[in-house]
Design a protein around this ligand. Structure first.
Ligand SMILES: Cc1cc2nc3c(=O)[nH]c(=O)nc-3n(C[C@H](O)[C@H](O)[C@H](O)COP(=O)(O)OP(=O)(O)OC[C@H]3O[C@@H](n4cnc5c(N)ncnc54)[C@H](O)[C@@H]3O)c2cc1C
Length: 464
């Protein structure tokens, strides 16, 4: 490896949610195996405060993971609002689903949170935050080992080499490196809908300090949560292909189904604001979404803990075993939540008549027995854990009739026009399950610990 000022123990690409947490987590791990702090380069293409419609509600489990990483102060002084649960609205009816045990999440402007995470990472001993765009991975001649990246610093034209024993890529959902690193295991993200986002001014949500999920017949769900004293984020799920006149579609099809007191502010926002959109992708094996940051922080907690005992970051055998352990440690919760979140999205975003019967059935079940625990609203929607399925049922609200039994009753009543639903979501999850790192080209003896987003799966925040 070249001996230059650009030589580090670890290189992290992308100072977003995962990258900042990784930099701080790895810089602060201490153990007998590590006599000096790691030298870490955190490379980010733009250090300007981002203005995005993503990553604005951190579930309680994400807050807990931040605490474990010693970063919970990043939620202070950014005007964050406590979140105590959800309110689900359907055809004028609403149901209150508080987080269990008084747990709280936080919602905020994404950009302010990112700046706070970056400032925290930059203060950690051994971390250099460098504004540079990474263009390519450096692979050592004759081997498959990634031992650095080529990047262009802001304002410069020439590419520089940055070397590291370990290269961690956390460059987000539009990653330039996922395909290269994952090789045959790579799958193109499947975009099923878009979130269209705007900010509502000075509105009162149905339940204060709670996220609102409004189910809209024939369209995807609408999410709303307060992100500042005067600002409430609205995310409207619109199926692909997007209608040619998006604004008109939302005004005609979505707004009339939302609580009437919110409609004037929504119309104002549609009129005055530039509508922003983000694809809601199924990025195997994970739905991106509102559990995304929680998953990322928990991934970092597990990975930093596993790397604590590594003496030699150049020892691929050891790193490979750690990646394998990491992969499986994050799996049990992730798979459970993933399958259920996809199922629920399909249900709550249902367009066809048959699934609509199920959707109403589910909503009524929640209203009647409050057996669901809405721990996370994935990209799309709501993670729901029926008591009989989840291995984590001790965290759920006490049992009543099971959802399957309730739905069976409802299906029998509606038998005239209901066919059993095909569990597409389960098949998709099975088909796209990420192979363990040993089996993907990621492990082609490259010192590259994965494209984090690609290995991520939804995580239930309150299950810790
Ligand atoms: C519409 C929508 C809403 C969402 N809302 C929520 C929510 O409320 N709560 C939640 O928990 N999750 C939410 N998510 C998911 C959440 O946004 C992601 O899980 C999270 O941002 C992923 O973090 P990351 O660090 O992988 O990527 P990012 O946060 O996107 O960070 C990637 C970073 O890499 C940098 N970068 C990219 N390429 C390069 C390069 N070549 N060189 C250098 N730097 C580079 C980028 O500038 C960026 O700073 C939402 C997702 C979507 C799509």
């Amino acid at each position: 490896m070249a001996n230059s000022d650009n030589t580090y123990d670890i290189i992290i690409v992308g100072a977003g949610i995962a990258g900042c947490a990784l930099a701080h987590g790895l810089a602060t791990i201490t153990s007998a195996a590590r006599p000096r702090p790691l030298k870490i380069a955190l490379l980010e293409r733009s250090l300007v405060e981002p203005d995005r419609i993503v990553g604005e509600l951190l579930q309680p489990g994400g807050c807990a993971a931040l605490r474990k990483l010693g970063m919970s102060d990043c939620l202070e002084n950014i005007g964050a609002i406590p979140v105590r649960g959800y309110c689900v609205v359907n055809e004028g009816k609403q149901v209150h689903i508080p987080y269990p045990d008084g747990l709280e999440g936080r919602s905020f402007h994404h950009g302010r949170f990112i700046q706070s995470l970056r400032a925290k990472a930059a203060k950690a001993t051994g971390v250099d935050v460098i504004e540079a765009t990474v263009a390519e991975l450096i692979i050592a001649d004759g081997t498959n080992r990634v031992h650095g990246v080529r990047a262009t610093r802001k304002g410069k034209e020439v590419k520089e080499n940055f070397y590291g024993a370990l290269v961690l890529i956390s460059d987000g959902c539009f990653s330039n490196f996922r395909a290269e690193v994952m090789g045959e295991a790579f799958q193109k993200p499947l975009t099923r809908s878009h979130f269209v986002g705007a900010i509502l001014k000075d509105v009162q949500l149905p339940i204060d300090k709670h996220g609102t999920v409004a189910l809209v017949k024939g369209s995807g769900p609408v999410l709303m949560y307060q992100i500042g004293d005067h600002d409430t984020r609205i995310l409207i799920d619109v199926k692909t292909p997007l209608p040619s006149d998006l604004k008109e579609y939302i005004l005609d099809k979505v707004v009339p189904e939302l609580p009437s007191n919110l409609q004037p502010a929504i119309k104002d926002a549609l009129e005055l604001e530039r509508l922003r959109r983000m694809p809601n992708s199924f990025l195997p094996p994970v739905e991106q979404g509102e559990g995304g940051m929680t998953v990322a922080f928990n991934d970092v907690v597990i990975l930093t803990d596993l790397l604590r005992s590594v003496q030699d970051l150049d020892d691929w055998e050891c790193i490979s075993q750690i990646l394998h352990a990491w992969h499986w440690s994050r799996k049990p919760l992730g798979s459970t939540i993933n399958i259920l979140s996809i199922a629920l999205y399909d249900l709550f975003g249902a367009e066809d008549e048959d699934l609509d019967v199920l959707r109403v059935g589910c909503f009524n079940w929640v209203c009647l027995f409050a057996l669901f625990a809405f721990y996370s609203v994935p990209t799309l929607t709501i993670v729901v854990i029926p008591t009989r399925i989840s291995p984590f049922r001790q965290h759920l609200i006490p049992p009543g009739p099971s959802l399957p039994a309730f739905l069976r009753g409802r299906l029998l009543l509606d038998l005239g026009h209901v066919h059993a639903p095909t569990p597409d979501h389960v098949r998709r999850e099975t088909r796209t399950r990420t192979p363990a790192p040993r089996r993907v080209p990621l492990a082609r003896r490259a010192q590259c610990a994965g494209v984090l987003d690609g290995l991520r799966c939804l995580w239930s925040p309150a299950l810790e």
